[in-house]
Ligand binder design. Structure first.
Ligand code: 5GP
Ligand code: MN
Length: 335
C-alpha cells in the first residue's frame, strides 16, 4: 500500500468520506476519528463517522459526537454511506474483524481504504497507510497526518480537543513509556490551539456514575484474585453481576489497572461475561507480553502492555484456561 502523503492530490477534490473505528471505541478511537472528521469537514469534504458499536458515556461530550452514526440501529444508512463513499478511513484498528459486521461492508466497498493505526501486525486491507506501532495513540498519527499534509494551521479548538483526548487516554494520562518528549511537544501545541487540558481530564475521569464506583468497590473487595506465584491479579465478572450493578458501556473501563497497581504484580486481567462472548482485558508491566497471550490463546491482540481478546467458552472455563496459561508463563512472570 501507498503512503498517506499520496492522498494529497486525491483530497484536492471534495470527497464523500467515511471514518470508522474499532468495536467499543475508547478515547483514542473516538478522539482520533472526530479529530479527523473536523479536519476533513474544514477541507470541504462530506464526512461521516460510523462506529461498529456504542461507546462509553464519558466520550459523549466530544465535539462532533452528535453526528456519529452507531451501526447497530442505523444499519441501512451506514451501509449506504459506505457503499457510496469515495474514501474510507480506518482508525485505531488494523484487522477488519475488529469492526464486526461493518467489516464485510468496508471490505466490499469500492472506495480506497486509508489505515491510520498504531497496533502491531496490520492485515492488508488498505490502499493508503499511516502506521506506526511506536506511536502513543492513533490521535498522535492523526496529528501527523494533518501536519504532514501541510495543514497544521487548521488545528483549532475542536480538533485539538479530540487529539488531546486520544493521546491522554491511550498514554494513561501521559505516564506510559510511549509518552516521549515529542508527544509532550505535540500536547503543548494542542493546548496552544485551544485544548483545555484540565477540563478534558475532568470530563473523562471525573464523571463516574455512583453505580460505577460501587461496582468498582465490589470488584476490588469481593472479586479480585491475587495469584502471587504468578505475580498476577485478575477479576472475573459474571453476567448476573453485570446486571446486579446495572453496568453499562464504559463502567468497566480502567478497572483492570487497579489489579496491576499492586506491588510486585506483573500481569493483570479483567474477564467479563458479556452477552455474546467472554471478553478479556490484559495489562502488564515491563517486558511481559500481554498481547502474545491475547493472540495465542484468546483470539485477540494489542500492545505489549495493553491487550485483549475473547472466548466463546463459559466464564468458568475461560478462568481455568487463563490459569493454565499463567502456569505456562510462570517462569517469565517471575523473572
Ligand atoms: P481494552 O482492554 O482497553 O479493551 O483493550 C486494550 C487494547 O487491547 C486495545 O487497545 C486493543 O489494542 C487490544 N484489544 C482489546 N481487545 C481486543 C481484541 O478482541 N482483539 C484484538 N486484536 N485486540 C484487542
Ligand atoms: Mn489507540
Amino acid at each position: 500500500m501507498e503512503s498517506y502523503t499520496l492522498l494529497k492530490p486525491v483530497l484536492r477534490k471534495h470527497r464523500r468520506i467515511v471514518i470508522t473505528t474499532h468495536h467499543k471505541p475508547d478515547g483514542d478511537a473516538m478522539g482520533s476519528s472526530l479529530a479527523l472528521y473536523h479536519y476533513l469537514l474544514k477541507k470541504g469534504h462530506t464526512v461521516h463517522v460510523i462506529t461498529p458499536s456504542d461507546y462509553p458515556y464519558f466520550l459523549h461530550w466530544l465535539p462532533g459526537n452528535a453526528e456519529v452514526l452507531v451501526y447497530p440501529g442505523n444499519e441501512q444508512q451506514a451501509e449506504k454511506l459506505i457503499a457510496e463513499a469515495e474514501l474510507i478511513f480506518c482508525l485505531d484498528f488494523n484487522n477488519l474483524k475488529r469492526i464486526n459486521e461493518l467489516g464485510k461492508h468496508v471490505r466490499n466497498a469500492e472506495a480506497p481504504r486509508v489505515l491510520i493505526d498504531h497496533h502491531l501486525d496490520p492485515e492488508n486491507f488498505d490502499q493508503y497507510r499511516l502506521w506506526n506501532a511506536q506511536a502513543c495513540a492513533t490521535a498522535e498519527l492523526v496529528y501527523e497526518f494533518i501536519t504532514g499534509l501541510g495543514d497544521g494551521e487548521l488545528i483549532d479548538k475542536a480538533i485539538s480537543t479530540c487529539i488531546y483526548t486520544g493521546i491522554m487516554t491511550d498514554t494513561g494520562s501521559f505516564r506510559f513509556p510511549s509518552t516521549t518528549a515529542s508527544v509532550h511537544r505535540i500536547i503543548a501545541r494542542l493546548i496552544d490551539a485551544g485544548a483545555e487540558n484540565s477540563r478534558i481530564h475532568e470530563l473523562i475521569y471525573d464523571t463516574s456514575s455512583e453505580t460505577r464506583l460501587r461496582f468498582l468497590g465490589y470488584c476490588l473487595s469481593e472479586k479480585l484474585e491475587v495469584l502471587h506465584e504468578y505475580r498476577t491479579g485478575f477479576i472475573a465478572i459474571s453476567r448476573q453481576e453485570l446486571e446486579r450493578f446495572q453496568v453499562s458501556t464504559g463502567d468497566t473501563e480502567g478497572i483492570v489497572n487497579y489489579a496491576l497497581s499492586i506491588y510486585n504484580i506483573k500481569f493483570a486481567a479483567l474477564i467479563i461475561d458479556r452477552s455474546d462472548v467472554v471478553k478479556l482485558s490484559f495489562r502488564s508491566k515491563g517486558e511481559f507480553p500481554a498481547n502474545e497471550i491475547a493472540k495465542r490463546y484468546f483470539e485477540g491482540g494489542g500492545h505489549r502492555n495493553a491487550a485483549g481478546g475473547q472466548s466463546k467458552d463459559p466464564l468458568e472455563k475461560v478462568v481455568t484456561k487463563f490459569k493454565q496459561v499463567l502456569e505456562e508463563y510462570k517462569e517469565l512472570l517471575n523473572q
